[in-house]
Write a protein that binds this ligand. Structure first.
Ligand code: 13P
Length: 236
């Protein structure tokens, strides 16, 4: 199975010049090293030509009167093959609900994009993590037919905190996700499961080797040239 490293730049960097610098650096270092997918903000997508590109969001309609929104069909036309959907920042800050996430999954599949569906529990302790994750996956994928989909397990407590999820806990969640997929009669081997949340050059490889993940979704560290290169080198 392919190993994926997805760079989620979120709303960074602040200027086109910085984005150009990052892309020109990574174009030299990542081109032959497996599936590294860059998800910059929309205005910088065109600068990533010749790299594997993903978007951080899309609107669940083909075209029309949706001021300020971006169609997955436009993203495909621009050279994207992937789109991040259901990120916890969008669920909490932008108020995206289960149904909206599902519509995005469906529309992006119809547009020929591979969704990277983010799931993960809110709190480290005292919550029904398996219930939360089950609801996120079921609501997004039930009765959806797809050729390719990627799931990213991103526990909210580990995002942007510098405090990554212990590998053994993450591995349990991976088993849980596989179990949910099998209950839904989805062939688990056909769905790569990535880990995301405070990934860095030191912990990256562990999630693959010990945690059994098929890749990583990297936020902050993907904006740091040396650190992200080390992550890529440690994995491929
Ligand atoms: P950090 O790697 O900065 O914790 O972000 C993770 C994330 O949200 C990637 O989508």
């Amino acid at each position: 199975m392919t190993t994926f490293i997805v760079a989620n730049w979120k709303m960074n960097p602040l200027t086109r010049k910085e984005a150009e610098e990052l892309f020109s650096f990574f174009k030299k270092t990542t081109d032959k090293r497996g599936k590294v997918i860059f998800c910059p903000p929309f205005p910088y997508l065109h600068l990533g030509e010749n790299l594997n590109l993903g978007a951080q969001n899309c609107f669940p309609e083909r075209k029309g009167s949706f001021t300020g929104e971006v169609s997955p069909y436009m993203l495909k036309d621009l050279g994207c093959d992937y789109v991040i959907i259901g990120h916890s920042e969008r669920r909490s800050v932008l108020g995206e609900d289960f149904f909206f996430v599902k519509r995005k999954v469906e529309t992006s599949i119809n547009a020929g994009l591979t969704p990277i569906l983010c799931v993960g529990e809110e709190k480290r302790e005292g919550t029904d993590a398996s219930g939360e994750i089950k609801e996120q996956i079921r609501s997004a994928l039930e009765r959806v037919s797809f050729k390719e989909i990627i799931i990213a397990y991103e526990p909210v407590f580990a995002i942007g905190t510098g405090s990554a999820c212990p590998i053994e806990v993450a591995a349990e969640r991976r088993f849980l996700i596989e179990d949910i997929l099998s209950q839904m009669k989805i062939e688990k081997d056909s769905v790569p499961i990535l880990y995301g949340g405070s990934v860095n050059a030191e912990n990256a490889k562990g999630y693959l080797l010990e945690g059994g993940f098929q890749g990583l979704l990297v936020g902050g560290a993907s904006l740091e040239k040396e650190e992200f290169t080390k992550i890529i080198e440690s994995v491929f």
